[in-house]
Design a protein around this ligand. Structure first.
Ligand SMILES: *[C@@H]1O[C@H](CO)[C@@H](O)[C@H](O)[C@H]1NC(C)=O
Ligand SMILES: *[C@@H]1O[C@H](CO)[C@@H](O)[C@H](O)[C@H]1NC(C)=O
Length: 331
Protein backbone atom coordinates (compact mmCIF):
# COMPACT_ATOMS: atom_id res chain seq x y z
CA UNK A 1 0.00 0.00 0.00
CA UNK A 2 1.56 3.32 -0.95
CA UNK A 3 1.18 6.48 1.07
CA UNK A 4 -1.63 7.86 -1.05
CA UNK A 5 -3.65 4.67 -0.79
CA UNK A 6 -3.04 4.57 2.95
CA UNK A 7 -4.25 8.12 3.32
CA UNK A 8 -7.43 7.41 1.38
CA UNK A 9 -7.86 4.24 3.35
CA UNK A 10 -7.55 6.22 6.57
CA UNK A 11 -10.05 8.81 5.39
CA UNK A 12 -12.40 6.02 4.47
CA UNK A 13 -12.01 4.37 7.87
CA UNK A 14 -12.57 7.67 9.61
CA UNK A 15 -15.74 8.30 7.71
CA UNK A 16 -17.04 4.84 8.52
CA UNK A 17 -16.24 5.43 12.19
CA UNK A 18 -17.89 8.83 12.07
CA UNK A 19 -21.08 7.47 10.68
CA UNK A 20 -21.35 4.86 13.41
CA UNK A 21 -20.51 6.47 16.74
CA UNK A 22 -21.03 3.26 18.71
CA UNK A 23 -18.34 0.88 17.45
CA UNK A 24 -19.26 -2.49 18.79
CA UNK A 25 -16.98 -5.49 18.71
CA UNK A 26 -19.32 -7.12 16.20
CA UNK A 27 -19.34 -4.18 13.84
CA UNK A 28 -15.54 -3.98 14.03
CA UNK A 29 -15.22 -7.65 13.10
CA UNK A 30 -17.73 -7.16 10.32
CA UNK A 31 -15.78 -4.20 9.03
CA UNK A 32 -12.51 -6.15 9.07
CA UNK A 33 -14.21 -9.04 7.28
CA UNK A 34 -15.57 -6.69 4.65
CA UNK A 35 -12.14 -5.19 4.11
CA UNK A 36 -10.64 -8.64 3.79
CA UNK A 37 -13.39 -9.72 1.40
CA UNK A 38 -13.00 -6.62 -0.71
CA UNK A 39 -9.21 -6.80 -0.81
CA UNK A 40 -9.50 -10.27 -2.30
CA UNK A 41 -12.02 -9.65 -5.06
CA UNK A 42 -10.70 -10.74 -8.43
CA UNK A 43 -11.77 -8.95 -11.54
CA UNK A 44 -11.73 -11.31 -14.46
CA UNK A 45 -12.84 -9.68 -17.63
CA UNK A 46 -16.20 -8.11 -16.73
CA UNK A 47 -16.90 -10.38 -13.79
CA UNK A 48 -15.96 -10.25 -10.12
CA UNK A 49 -14.99 -13.32 -8.12
CA UNK A 50 -14.36 -14.02 -4.49
CA UNK A 51 -13.19 -17.23 -2.88
CA UNK A 52 -16.41 -18.29 -1.18
CA UNK A 53 -15.56 -21.76 0.00
CA UNK A 54 -12.71 -24.19 0.43
CA UNK A 55 -13.54 -27.86 0.89
CA UNK A 56 -10.55 -29.82 2.07
CA UNK A 57 -10.16 -33.46 1.16
CA UNK A 58 -7.40 -36.03 1.28
CA UNK A 59 -6.05 -36.47 -2.20
CA UNK A 60 -6.40 -34.75 -5.57
CA UNK A 61 -9.81 -33.98 -7.10
CA UNK A 62 -9.80 -34.74 -10.84
CA UNK A 63 -12.41 -34.38 -13.61
CA UNK A 64 -14.92 -32.25 -11.75
CA UNK A 65 -18.42 -32.13 -13.22
CA UNK A 66 -21.56 -30.55 -11.81
CA UNK A 67 -25.18 -31.53 -11.99
CA UNK A 68 -26.71 -28.07 -12.29
CA UNK A 69 -30.18 -29.10 -11.21
CA UNK A 70 -29.14 -30.68 -7.91
CA UNK A 71 -25.90 -28.77 -7.30
CA UNK A 72 -24.10 -32.07 -6.77
CA UNK A 73 -20.39 -31.87 -7.60
CA UNK A 74 -18.87 -35.05 -8.98
CA UNK A 75 -15.17 -35.78 -9.17
CA UNK A 76 -12.57 -38.51 -9.14
CA UNK A 77 -10.50 -38.54 -5.99
CA UNK A 78 -6.94 -39.68 -6.42
CA UNK A 79 -5.67 -40.59 -2.98
CA UNK A 80 -2.11 -40.26 -1.70
CA UNK A 81 -1.72 -43.96 -2.45
CA UNK A 82 -2.84 -43.27 -6.04
CA UNK A 83 -6.13 -45.06 -5.48
CA UNK A 84 -9.09 -43.68 -7.38
CA UNK A 85 -12.68 -43.34 -6.24
CA UNK A 86 -15.70 -41.48 -7.53
CA UNK A 87 -17.03 -38.88 -5.13
CA UNK A 88 -20.00 -36.60 -4.88
CA UNK A 89 -19.89 -33.38 -2.89
CA UNK A 90 -23.47 -32.51 -1.99
CA UNK A 91 -24.74 -28.94 -1.55
CA UNK A 92 -24.98 -29.75 2.18
CA UNK A 93 -21.18 -29.93 2.17
CA UNK A 94 -20.99 -33.69 2.67
CA UNK A 95 -18.74 -35.91 0.62
CA UNK A 96 -20.00 -39.30 -0.40
CA UNK A 97 -18.14 -42.11 -2.12
CA UNK A 98 -20.06 -43.50 -5.07
CA UNK A 99 -20.18 -47.26 -4.91
CA UNK A 100 -19.48 -48.78 -8.29
CA UNK A 101 -18.92 -52.29 -9.49
CA UNK A 102 -15.23 -52.22 -10.29
CA UNK A 103 -13.02 -49.17 -10.51
CA UNK A 104 -14.55 -45.74 -11.00
CA UNK A 105 -12.60 -43.59 -13.47
CA UNK A 106 -14.59 -40.42 -14.11
CA UNK A 107 -18.06 -38.92 -14.25
CA UNK A 108 -19.94 -36.83 -16.76
CA UNK A 109 -23.25 -35.03 -16.45
CA UNK A 110 -25.76 -34.62 -19.25
CA UNK A 111 -27.30 -31.48 -17.80
CA UNK A 112 -29.91 -31.21 -20.52
CA UNK A 113 -31.43 -34.56 -19.71
CA UNK A 114 -30.35 -34.63 -16.06
CA UNK A 115 -28.41 -37.85 -16.30
CA UNK A 116 -25.16 -38.54 -14.45
CA UNK A 117 -22.92 -41.13 -16.09
CA UNK A 118 -20.04 -42.99 -14.51
CA UNK A 119 -17.04 -44.28 -16.42
CA UNK A 120 -15.67 -47.44 -14.85
CA UNK A 121 -13.28 -50.21 -15.73
CA UNK A 122 -16.23 -52.39 -16.63
CA UNK A 123 -18.39 -50.04 -18.62
CA UNK A 124 -20.65 -47.02 -18.36
CA UNK A 125 -23.23 -46.67 -15.60
CA UNK A 126 -26.03 -44.24 -14.86
CA UNK A 127 -26.00 -42.79 -11.38
CA UNK A 128 -29.29 -42.16 -9.62
CA UNK A 129 -29.67 -39.60 -6.91
CA UNK A 130 -30.45 -42.23 -4.29
CA UNK A 131 -26.94 -43.56 -4.85
CA UNK A 132 -27.97 -46.57 -6.93
CA UNK A 133 -26.33 -47.29 -10.26
CA UNK A 134 -27.53 -48.94 -13.42
CA UNK A 135 -25.43 -50.40 -16.23
CA UNK A 136 -25.70 -48.30 -19.40
CA UNK A 137 -23.10 -49.85 -21.70
CA UNK A 138 -20.80 -52.77 -21.08
CA UNK A 139 -17.97 -52.23 -23.51
CA UNK A 140 -15.55 -54.89 -22.39
CA UNK A 141 -12.94 -52.13 -22.19
CA UNK A 142 -11.74 -49.92 -19.35
CA UNK A 143 -13.63 -46.63 -19.78
CA UNK A 144 -11.59 -43.57 -18.81
CA UNK A 145 -13.68 -40.66 -20.06
CA UNK A 146 -17.00 -40.08 -21.69
CA UNK A 147 -19.00 -37.21 -23.11
CA UNK A 148 -22.53 -36.89 -24.39
CA UNK A 149 -23.72 -34.90 -27.40
CA UNK A 150 -25.98 -31.92 -26.85
CA UNK A 151 -29.19 -33.75 -27.65
CA UNK A 152 -28.13 -36.67 -25.48
CA UNK A 153 -28.27 -38.91 -28.53
CA UNK A 154 -24.64 -39.84 -28.90
CA UNK A 155 -22.06 -40.85 -26.34
CA UNK A 156 -18.32 -40.74 -26.93
CA UNK A 157 -16.42 -43.22 -24.81
CA UNK A 158 -12.65 -43.18 -24.37
CA UNK A 159 -11.03 -46.41 -23.30
CA UNK A 160 -7.64 -47.48 -22.05
CA UNK A 161 -5.18 -49.08 -22.75
CA UNK A 162 -6.62 -49.37 -26.26
CA UNK A 163 -6.51 -45.56 -26.44
CA UNK A 164 -9.50 -45.19 -28.66
CA UNK A 165 -12.87 -43.52 -28.66
CA UNK A 166 -16.12 -45.36 -29.29
CA UNK A 167 -19.23 -43.65 -30.57
CA UNK A 168 -22.42 -45.08 -29.17
CA UNK A 169 -25.96 -44.18 -30.13
CA UNK A 170 -28.36 -43.37 -27.32
CA UNK A 171 -30.35 -46.55 -27.57
CA UNK A 172 -27.15 -48.58 -27.55
CA UNK A 173 -28.00 -50.01 -30.95
CA UNK A 174 -24.99 -48.76 -32.82
CA UNK A 175 -21.43 -48.78 -31.61
CA UNK A 176 -18.45 -47.87 -33.74
CA UNK A 177 -14.87 -46.76 -33.32
CA UNK A 178 -14.67 -42.98 -33.60
CA UNK A 179 -11.38 -42.59 -35.42
CA UNK A 180 -10.98 -38.77 -35.62
CA UNK A 181 -10.04 -38.59 -31.95
CA UNK A 182 -6.96 -40.64 -31.08
CA UNK A 183 -7.58 -40.73 -27.33
CA UNK A 184 -10.18 -39.12 -25.18
CA UNK A 185 -8.48 -37.45 -22.26
CA UNK A 186 -10.78 -34.73 -20.95
CA UNK A 187 -13.40 -35.42 -23.59
CA UNK A 188 -16.02 -32.62 -23.77
CA UNK A 189 -18.80 -31.83 -26.22
CA UNK A 190 -20.29 -28.33 -26.53
CA UNK A 191 -23.85 -27.41 -27.45
CA UNK A 192 -22.92 -27.17 -31.15
CA UNK A 193 -21.46 -30.68 -30.98
CA UNK A 194 -17.86 -29.61 -31.34
CA UNK A 195 -15.70 -32.11 -29.47
CA UNK A 196 -12.74 -31.16 -27.29
CA UNK A 197 -9.98 -33.22 -25.77
CA UNK A 198 -6.58 -32.75 -24.18
CA UNK A 199 -3.49 -34.57 -25.41
CA UNK A 200 -0.21 -34.08 -23.55
CA UNK A 201 -1.78 -31.08 -21.81
CA UNK A 202 -2.62 -29.39 -25.12
CA UNK A 203 -6.25 -28.71 -25.98
CA UNK A 204 -7.74 -29.71 -29.33
CA UNK A 205 -11.07 -29.19 -31.01
CA UNK A 206 -12.77 -31.44 -33.50
CA UNK A 207 -15.33 -29.19 -35.08
CA UNK A 208 -18.76 -30.58 -35.78
CA UNK A 209 -18.73 -32.30 -39.14
CA UNK A 210 -14.95 -32.29 -39.53
CA UNK A 211 -12.67 -35.28 -39.35
CA UNK A 212 -9.36 -33.75 -38.28
CA UNK A 213 -8.95 -32.21 -34.81
CA UNK A 214 -6.98 -28.98 -34.58
CA UNK A 215 -4.91 -27.44 -31.86
CA UNK A 216 -6.69 -24.49 -30.24
CA UNK A 217 -4.82 -21.23 -30.79
CA UNK A 218 -4.12 -18.90 -27.89
CA UNK A 219 -3.74 -21.55 -25.20
CA UNK A 220 -0.52 -22.74 -23.56
CA UNK A 221 0.63 -25.93 -25.23
CA UNK A 222 1.78 -27.83 -22.17
CA UNK A 223 -0.40 -27.07 -19.19
CA UNK A 224 -4.08 -27.27 -20.03
CA UNK A 225 -6.28 -28.96 -17.45
CA UNK A 226 -9.56 -29.14 -19.30
CA UNK A 227 -12.52 -27.52 -20.98
CA UNK A 228 -15.95 -26.77 -19.54
CA UNK A 229 -19.18 -25.72 -21.21
CA UNK A 230 -21.10 -23.20 -19.12
CA UNK A 231 -24.83 -23.01 -18.73
CA UNK A 232 -24.88 -20.06 -21.12
CA UNK A 233 -23.27 -22.35 -23.74
CA UNK A 234 -19.90 -20.64 -23.59
CA UNK A 235 -16.81 -22.82 -23.73
CA UNK A 236 -14.08 -22.16 -21.17
CA UNK A 237 -10.63 -23.58 -20.60
CA UNK A 238 -8.26 -23.37 -17.65
CA UNK A 239 -4.57 -24.06 -17.35
CA UNK A 240 -2.56 -25.31 -14.38
CA UNK A 241 -1.96 -21.76 -13.18
CA UNK A 242 -5.70 -21.00 -13.10
CA UNK A 243 -5.64 -18.81 -16.18
CA UNK A 244 -9.17 -18.77 -17.53
CA UNK A 245 -9.82 -18.62 -21.27
CA UNK A 246 -12.93 -18.39 -23.35
CA UNK A 247 -12.94 -20.36 -26.57
CA UNK A 248 -14.15 -19.33 -30.01
CA UNK A 249 -14.99 -22.68 -31.57
CA UNK A 250 -15.57 -21.09 -34.99
CA UNK A 251 -11.94 -20.21 -35.51
CA UNK A 252 -10.49 -22.66 -32.96
CA UNK A 253 -8.99 -19.91 -30.88
CA UNK A 254 -9.00 -18.85 -27.25
CA UNK A 255 -8.90 -15.56 -25.44
CA UNK A 256 -7.31 -15.12 -22.03
CA UNK A 257 -9.68 -13.63 -19.47
CA UNK A 258 -7.65 -13.56 -16.28
CA UNK A 259 -6.22 -15.69 -13.53
CA UNK A 260 -7.42 -16.83 -10.11
CA UNK A 261 -3.77 -16.89 -8.97
CA UNK A 262 -3.99 -20.50 -7.85
CA UNK A 263 -1.23 -22.85 -8.93
CA UNK A 264 -1.38 -26.59 -9.35
CA UNK A 265 -4.88 -26.65 -10.82
CA UNK A 266 -5.93 -30.18 -11.66
CA UNK A 267 -9.51 -29.63 -12.78
CA UNK A 268 -12.14 -26.91 -13.00
CA UNK A 269 -15.89 -26.69 -13.52
CA UNK A 270 -18.70 -24.16 -13.56
CA UNK A 271 -21.97 -24.44 -11.71
CA UNK A 272 -25.44 -23.35 -12.78
CA UNK A 273 -24.70 -19.73 -11.84
CA UNK A 274 -21.29 -19.58 -13.51
CA UNK A 275 -19.49 -19.83 -10.17
CA UNK A 276 -16.12 -21.46 -10.72
CA UNK A 277 -14.84 -24.55 -8.94
CA UNK A 278 -11.15 -25.28 -8.98
CA UNK A 279 -9.66 -28.60 -7.91
CA UNK A 280 -6.15 -28.50 -6.43
CA UNK A 281 -4.28 -30.98 -4.27
CA UNK A 282 -6.25 -31.47 -1.04
CA UNK A 283 -9.08 -29.06 -1.83
CA UNK A 284 -11.91 -27.87 -4.02
CA UNK A 285 -12.15 -24.08 -4.13
CA UNK A 286 -15.35 -22.32 -5.02
CA UNK A 287 -15.13 -18.83 -6.50
CA UNK A 288 -18.44 -17.05 -6.41
CA UNK A 289 -19.05 -14.83 -9.39
CA UNK A 290 -20.69 -11.42 -9.25
CA UNK A 291 -22.01 -9.50 -12.22
CA UNK A 292 -21.40 -6.24 -10.40
CA UNK A 293 -18.51 -5.25 -8.21
CA UNK A 294 -19.59 -6.26 -4.68
CA UNK A 295 -17.20 -3.64 -3.27
CA UNK A 296 -17.69 -0.55 -5.44
CA UNK A 297 -16.76 1.81 -2.58
CA UNK A 298 -13.42 0.15 -1.91
CA UNK A 299 -12.58 0.13 -5.59
CA UNK A 300 -13.09 3.88 -5.77
CA UNK A 301 -10.71 4.34 -2.86
CA UNK A 302 -8.13 1.92 -4.09
CA UNK A 303 -7.87 2.94 -7.69
CA UNK A 304 -8.93 6.55 -7.37
CA UNK A 305 -11.39 6.12 -10.20
CA UNK A 306 -14.19 3.86 -11.09
CA UNK A 307 -14.35 1.84 -14.25
CA UNK A 308 -17.59 2.33 -16.03
CA UNK A 309 -19.70 -0.75 -16.39
CA UNK A 310 -21.14 -0.77 -19.82
CA UNK A 311 -22.82 -4.10 -19.68
CA UNK A 312 -24.65 -6.09 -17.12
CA UNK A 313 -24.68 -9.31 -19.08
CA UNK A 314 -23.51 -12.43 -17.39
CA UNK A 315 -21.43 -13.52 -20.32
CA UNK A 316 -17.71 -13.29 -19.84
CA UNK A 317 -17.10 -13.00 -23.53
CA UNK A 318 -18.44 -9.63 -24.39
CA UNK A 319 -15.58 -7.31 -23.54
CA UNK A 320 -12.50 -6.48 -25.46
CA UNK A 321 -9.19 -8.17 -24.89
CA UNK A 322 -7.71 -7.37 -21.50
CA UNK A 323 -4.19 -6.17 -20.87
CA UNK A 324 -3.50 -9.47 -19.17
CA UNK A 325 -4.06 -11.26 -22.46
CA UNK A 326 -1.50 -9.21 -24.23
CA UNK A 327 0.99 -9.80 -21.43
CA UNK A 328 0.37 -13.47 -21.60
CA UNK A 329 0.75 -13.78 -25.33
CA UNK A 330 4.00 -11.89 -25.32
CA UNK A 331 5.60 -14.68 -23.29
C1 LIG B 1 -8.12 -26.62 4.89
O1 LIG B 1 -6.75 -26.61 4.56
C2 LIG B 1 -6.11 -25.36 4.69
C3 LIG B 1 -4.71 -25.47 4.13
O2 LIG B 1 -4.08 -26.62 4.57
C4 LIG B 1 -6.15 -24.92 6.15
O3 LIG B 1 -5.55 -23.65 6.29
C5 LIG B 1 -7.60 -24.86 6.61
O4 LIG B 1 -7.65 -24.55 7.98
C6 LIG B 1 -8.30 -26.18 6.34
N1 LIG B 1 -9.73 -26.01 6.63
C7 LIG B 1 -10.41 -26.84 7.39
C8 LIG B 1 -11.84 -26.53 7.59
O5 LIG B 1 -9.90 -27.82 7.90
C1 LIG C 1 -11.59 -15.59 -33.68
O1 LIG C 1 -12.89 -15.01 -33.70
C2 LIG C 1 -13.08 -14.01 -32.72
C3 LIG C 1 -14.53 -13.61 -32.74
O2 LIG C 1 -15.01 -13.49 -34.03
C4 LIG C 1 -12.12 -12.86 -32.96
O3 LIG C 1 -12.31 -11.86 -31.98
C5 LIG C 1 -10.70 -13.37 -32.89
O4 LIG C 1 -9.79 -12.33 -33.21
C6 LIG C 1 -10.50 -14.54 -33.86
N1 LIG C 1 -9.19 -15.10 -33.58
C7 LIG C 1 -8.36 -15.51 -34.54
C8 LIG C 1 -7.05 -16.04 -34.08
O5 LIG C 1 -8.64 -15.46 -35.73
Amino acid sequence: MDGWTLLIFFVCLTSITDSSPVMTRESLIKQINTQHFCANILKINNFYYSLAERKNLSGIPADISIHWKTGNIFFTKISEEMKMSLQVLRPSGEFETIKVAGLGQSTTVDNLNDIVYLATDNGVYKYKDDGSIQLYAALGEDVMYLAVSNDGGTMYIATWPQNRVHKLSNDGQKQEIFAPIPNGHGLTVDTRNNIYFVATKTSYILKNGESVPIKIKGLPTDKMTGIYVSRSDEVYAMDENSNLYVLEPENASARHLGTFSVNGVNSFAMDESDNILIGVKSAILKYKGYERDPCPQQKVNKKGKRHSRRRKTKKLTTTSTTEATEDYEEE
